[in-house]
Design a protein around this ligand. Sequence first.
Ligand SMILES: Cc1cc2nc3c(=O)[nH]c(=O)nc-3n(C[C@H](O)[C@H](O)[C@H](O)COP(=O)(O)OP(=O)(O)OC[C@H]3O[C@@H](n4cnc5c(N)ncnc54)[C@H](O)[C@@H]3O)c2cc1C
Length: 397
Amino acid sequence: MSSSTPTTAPATSRTRTPGTPGRSDVVIVGAGIIGLAHAFEALSQGLSVTVVERDRQPVGASVRNFGHCCISAQDGELLALAQRSRPGWLRAAEASGIWAAEAGTLVVARSATEAAVLEELRAERGGDAVELRTAAQTAALLGRAAGAAGDLVGGAILPADLRVNPREAAPGLARWVAGQSQGRILWGTAVTGVESGTVHTTRGPVHGDRILICVGHDLDYLFPDIAEDHEVQRCRLTMARAEAPAGFATDSAVLTATSMLRYDAFTSRPSAARLREEVLGHSAELLEIGANVMFTRLPDGTVLVGDSHHYDATTPPFIDERGYELLIGAVARVLGVERLRILERWQGVYASSPRGPLLVRDLASGVRAISVTSGIGMTLSFGLAAATFDGMLAATG
Ligand SMILES: Cc1cc2nc3c(=O)[nH]c(=O)nc-3n(C[C@H](O)[C@H](O)[C@H](O)COP(=O)(O)OP(=O)(O)OC[C@H]3O[C@@H](n4cnc5c(N)ncnc54)[C@H](O)[C@@H]3O)c2cc1C
């Protein structure tokens, strides 16, 4: 196991000159996963693409997350969109060489109520979609020593879910886009305004028949009225990377009771209300920081640990250490160890809205804004892109 610090590799070593003659079929603003999934889909359909990105490499939400394509935890229309995303991720991984594992999710149950929620989900979705595990099997997946099931009651594997490495997925896709004869990325180029057919940038105009604004939570900088109308907020999450305890080697994302309180597939189960009361009883502080106690393992063996949620129009710069103590302590208890050695800490921000999980808005002829306004942009990205290009994605307002 290595504890060396993985860095976000530069997506490309040089910045191409923007404003070069010619017009693209599609101009995309933002080289996060939403913009890049759309670029991948457009190029796959034979369209020419220009991506305009203000930074020199992807550094937004798309590289700061768990790399968890959390398909099974969605419900209703989002589940359908997430399921549509899955083959897109796999195709993009094959084309670009990025790591994408069909590793599924392990949901850990440490009380009878948590186990009941999992059983109810299995009753609805079936045993192929929700594979129940015993306490001993769950302990083994967590790498706990033999016979150390301790507080575990059971668990479930959700096999449809995917894992990617968030630190290389967007940069790797960006390299692939920039390497296509019909694709280019204009790094270090901020968009200042958009009208039909033209994106105005800090380096001059860029022209395209179709323009997609994929700037995540920063939509309010470009289109404040649209963002306010959809009540777009910033959700700040605290994250850390830890050394993996000996024995922990699964590529599955690991979710816990607080996760079950945040995803629709679980919250719509009959026992979910009882679960909330139970968690409130034993872990009120975790609920106060909006915790989703979960973790995923990077290919280098270290573990991404998180997270808490703070909602605001503007993200406060300061992070209370107490929140970290609570989160890291909670993850250590699930792993069955006394403490975790933390290697890095950071915060991530994504767009959120009380109005719904997606903002899809036509702003002018051929100009569309697409922001995922909940914490599932990695999960939905390729499904959204496919729906955009087959015309199935309707504007949400
Ligand atoms: C800590 C954390 C954990 C998460 N975990 C998960 C998870 O496990 N699974 C999941 O599905 N989702 C997860 N999410 C949510 C997911 O990461 C986001 O929904 C997704 O990355 C949003 O992608 P995006 O491309 O819209 O935004 P970003 O990745 O933020 O990309 C937007 C890009 O637009 C660029 N940009 C903005 N304004 C301009 C401008 N004017 N001109 C040019 N460029 C501009 C920015 O520089 C940025 O590169 C998590 C998020 C966080 C923060």
